[in-house]
Ligand binder design. Sequence first.
Ligand code: HEC
Length: 146
Amino acid sequence: MLLKSMMAGLAVAVVAAGTAAAAECVLPADAQPGKAVSAQCKSCHIFEADKPSRPTGPNLHDVFGRKAGTRADFPKYSEGMQGASAKGLVWTDDKIIEYLADPKAFLAKVNGADVKHAMFFQLKDEQKRKDMVAFLKAIKDKPECN
Ligand code: HEC
């Protein structure tokens, strides 16, 4: 009797441990090329859902669909990004694609004036920008992906 309930308890513990193990990241095929492109962002940005922004750039895990310049643990948004945020800019496909091509020009356009910006990096290859967006879109609701 005692042995039987101990065995049952053990079985429950084993099942619970199985569920608690981290889910594996499964990305749709169209998001996979972007994962390779994201290596170019990692000198400044982090993509892990549960990690804080680095001083060099805001955490990008859930940036797709987020209002610009609103990651609370990144205190160093530029004047241009703060201005874009105040104008209600949201990071949709087109906006990210345009921003990555030329952050300075994009923020000048959104603000309607030359403004300070803080991302000194450009992704000129259009296909890579599209791939990056597909990746950001896919990981947003998958905490196990980065
Ligand atoms: C040299 C460092 C650096 C690199 C490389 C870099 N970024 Fe950034 N990024 C920044 C900084 C700094 C900001 C904040 C910009 C500002 O405030 O003007 C930023 C902002 C952003 C934002 C807006 C975030 C928000 O919270 O509104 C997006 C989107 C973004 N970067 C995407 C990327 C992607 C995608 C890549 C790679 C393809 C990349 N960045 C590469 C430094 C970098």
